[in-house]
Each structure stands twice: as C-alpha cells, then as structure tokens.
Write a protein that binds this ligand. Structure first.
Ligand code: HEC
Ligand code: CU
Length: 451
C-alpha cells in the first residue's frame, strides 16, 4: 500500500506526505457511506410508491446517519489529527506571519457566519418539509400569489450578508497588495520547471552582494520578506501555507508578497497575535512550501523550504554564501575537477569555483547545507545523489533531457526541456561521458563538501 504514495520506497520521505493509510481509508469509507446514502434515495424515487410518497422521506431519514458519518470520515481524512502544524506542515489554519494572520482574520469569522446561516437554512428546510408534507387526505395547500415582504426580504438579506463578507475581504486584499513595509529583505523568486530559484537583492546590510540559491530560502526573522515572484517557463504558484496565501508565478510579470513572523508570545500582552515558533540562535525553523499551479510532469515534486533564522544567523548564512570555504579534502578536490571537466559547470554556478558559472540549473553554492534534493521531499544522501546524477528521472519524472526525448512526451523537443533539464549521465549518445564509479564518488564528495 505504501507504494501508492511513495514511489521511491528506498528514499526517506520527510513529513511532506501527510496521506497516511488511516487517512486514505477514512476518505474511502466516507465516500462509500455517501454513495450508500445517494443510492438509497435513488432507490426510493425509482420505486415511486403511491400514495403517499413517504418512502422517499423514510429512506432519507434512514440513510442520513450514514451520510453524516460519511462526511465526518471524509473530512477527517482530509484534515489533521489534534495538532495541525505538527501533523500537517501544510496546514492553512495555523499561520505564523502577519500575512497569514490577515487572511485568517477574514476566513475565520466568515466560516462561522456561513456555518450559522447554513444551520438556520437547514432547520427551516426540514421544518417546511415536515409541516407542509402531504397528509394523505387529498387536501390541497392554500394557493397564494406574490408576497412583497418576503421578496424584498430574500433580496435584501443576501445583499447584506455579501456586504459583510465583502468589506473585510477587500480591505485585506488592498492591505496585502500595498508595497512591503520599509524594513524588508527583498528576494526575487523564480519558478522553473520544476524547481525554485531565489535571488537576494543586496540591501547593504544583511546581504552585501547578490546571493543566488535554489529550493531553500533563508529569511531573517525580524524583517519583512518582500518577495518578487515570477516564472521563466509556465505559470507556477508560490505557496507556503503557514506563511501566507498563494501567489502566481507568471512569466513576464512580477507578483509581490510580503510577510513577517509574528512576535514571540512571551514578549507580547495576552490576546495579542503571537507565535511560539520563532527561531532561536542556532535553531532555525523550517516551513514547507510547494508549487500550487499544475505546471507539468513533476509539478508535485516542485517543493521548497523556507528557513527562518535569527537575524545574526541569517547574516552568517549570507556571508557564507558569498564567501564559502574551499574544499580541502583530496577526494572532494578531485571531484571539483570532474565537475568542471564533464560539463556540470556549464549549467551550474558555484561561488568559489570560477569555472562553474552556468545558469541553467540551480546555483549549487553551499549545496552541502541543503536538506533536500532537487526540490522534492528527498533527504539528501550520497546514494540518492548518485542516482540523481545518473538518472534524474528516477527521482523526478521528466527531470532529464534524455528520458524525455526518448519517451517522446509532449514538450520533449519544445526547446525548453532540451536545453534546460538535467542530463542523465549514464545514457549513451547524449553527448555526456559515462563515469567511472570512482569519479562519481569524487563528484558526490565534492558536492557534499560545499558548505
Ligand atoms: C544541461 C544543464 C545541466 C547539466 C549539464 C547538469 N545539470 Fe545538474 N541540474 C540541471 C537542472 C535544470 C537541475 C534542476 C532539476 C530539477 O530540480 O528538476 C539540476 C539539478 C542538479 C542538482 C540538484 C540541485 C538541488 O538544488 O537540489 C544537482 C546536485 C546537480 N544538478 C548536479 C549536477 C552534476 C554533478 C552535473 C554534472 C555531472 C550536472 N548537474 C550537470 C541542469 C544541468
Ligand atoms: Cu510549478
């Protein structure tokens, strides 16, 4: 069963896949119960017992518990167990930033209002069905035509309800659409097929020169992050649910988004918005995100991490990105030679390795500090890295040029895939040399030493 949601059983999948077998069963059971409910209603209406057509009502009442239980199971399958953030890193109802909270402040009250309205409507509906049911004595109900009061009422009431929803929604949209507060760090976010590039705009303080990295965005906790989101390929959508809502990444257009983590609960008065999750010195906090707009074969593997750090830790990280340490280990140094001689350096840039200055693939500066491989939920380890270098497709469908071409999938020769994707190195005839195992080990040692 595990194979259903884990294509790569050998790889360690981190807390990203929240689809546990229990949840899966709950979803199925919920649907089965609902299907029974609907079937029972259909059955009753087919039989059309005359007179009276009580059968339908009776069946409705009888199968209602099944439907109710089905709904509970189904929603339980989607939702979280007691602590949302712990079991569901992608929860949308437990925000930790001002942006996330602003959305929650609209979403929360509206959910309550519509629940109450929904319950009132249901009660009225059931009451009408019961009170005005066919009593079986052949009598006709009173015939009426037009009722001004009711018509005005059911026009005005929805208008008022919609205004109640509209005002806070529009206010929040405008507030979040404004420019970011001055105290910010600006990062250009570029959606690629299928990974994320982050380019830090120098601010003369924390970031002295442009820093480029991929799939793992570091942010200082006390500043607003001001993201300039775009795409170099198709439309993607940047979404880290605990930090805030989605923003489309559209080619040729820049969408903005800004947020800052809420203050620490120990530092504010009770009742003020706050979070207990702020990073401490040396203890960053990781938030997960993913692409939320279907963008092709490996859309589901287009994930990223946001690493929240104290300002000082962030400063250290930035410094290290600009001046990484040189590898000293002999194997790693040999790996650098391989990297530069077999063509990796034509697509990947590495600060500190002047020969590596390509820009088609992710910037690999300090790659050894990254947790994940190639924007997926795979924890980086040596074996995985070897698999990736040999055949990226095994870990990420469509990620390699060669397999794409030979499989003849749509887009295989659209120019974009062919130049941009990562080549699979062990396939003959693709212009890249085959490796000896020793060279592969050296390459992996080099990549892992970059920190
Ligand atoms: C034709 C360009 C190209 C060449 C040549 C190339 N790569 Fe890549 N590489 C890419 C692209 C594009 C990606 C991103 C793929 C993805 O995540 O979907 C990538 C991803 C990677 C990653 C994962 C980066 C991350 O952020 O997790 C590693 C590691 C890597 N390449 C190593 C290498 C090595 C080692 C070589 C040489 C043996 C090499 N690449 C040659 C284009 C290239
Ligand atoms: Cu995408």
């Amino acid at each position: 069963m595990a194979l259903l949601w884990n294509r790569q059983p050998s790889a360690k999948i981190l807390g990203r896949f929240t689809a546990t077998p229990q949840r899966f069963l709950r979803l199925i059971a919920g649907q089965v119960l609902w299907a029974l409910h609907v079937l029972s209603l259909l059955h009753a209406s087919w039989r059309r017992v005359e007179p009276p057509r009580r059968e339908l009502l009776v069946n409705l009442m009888r199968s209602l518990p099944a439907a109710a239980l089905g709904s509970v199971l189904f929603l339980g399958g989607c939702g979280s167990d007691i602590f949302p953030a712990e079991t569901d890193p992608m929860t949308t109802v437990d925000p930790v930033t001002d942006f996330g909270l602003a959305i929650q402040d609209v979403y929360g009250p509206i959910t309550w209002w519509v629940s109450i309205i929904g319950i009132i409507v249901l009660i009225l509906l059931v009451a009408v069905v019961v009170v005005f049911r066919d009593k079986g004595d052949g009598s006709k109900p009173e015939q009426i035509h037009g009722n001004l009061t009711m018509e005005v009422g059911w026009t005005l009431l929805p208008v008022i309800i919609v205004i109640f929803i509209l005002v806070p929604t529009v206010r929040t949209i405008f507030m979040l659409g404004d420019a970011a507060p001055d105290d910010n760090i600006e990062v250009k976010v570029i959606g690629k097929r299928w990974w994320w590039e982050f380019r830090y705009v120098p601010d003369g303080d924390l970031v002295t020169r442009e820093i480029v990295t991929a799939n793992q965005m570091h942010l200082p906790v006390d500043k607003h992050a001001s993201l300039l989101i775009t795409s170099d390929s198709v439309i993607h959508s940047f979404w880290a649910p605990r930090l805030g809502g989605k923003r489309d990444a559209v080619p040729g257009r820049t969408n903005r988004m800004w947020f800052r983590m809420l203050p620490d609960c120990g530092a504010v008065e009770a009742g003020q918005p706050c979070t207990n999750e702020r990073p401490k010195p040396g203890e960053p906090v990781r938030y997960q995100g993913e692409c939320a707009e279907f963008c092709g074969e490996s859309h589901a593997q287009m994930k990223f991490d946001v690493i929240m750090q104290t300002n000082d830790d962030f400063r250290d990280w930035a410094k290290r990105m600009l001046e990484p340490e040189k590898p000293t280990d002999e194997v790693a140094l040999a790996g650098m030679e391989v990297f530069n001689s077999v063509g990796c350096s034509a697509c990947h840039a590495i600060t500190g390795n002047p020969a590596a200055n390509g820009n088609r693939g992710p910037d690999l500066t300090n790659f050894g500090l990254r947790h994940r491989l190639a924007a997926t939920g795979y924890d980086v380890d040596d074996e995985l890295l070897k698999t990736w270098i040999h055949k990226p497709d095994v870990l990420k469908p469509g990620a390699s040029v060669v397999t794409n071409k030979s499989r003849g999938t749509v887009g295989a020769d659209d120019g974009m895939n062919v130049v941009q994707q990562m080549p699979a190195l062990d396939t003959d005839g693709d212009g890249y040399p085959n490796f000896s195992d020793e060279q592969l080990d050296q390459l992996v040692a080099y990549l892992r030493s970059l920190k």
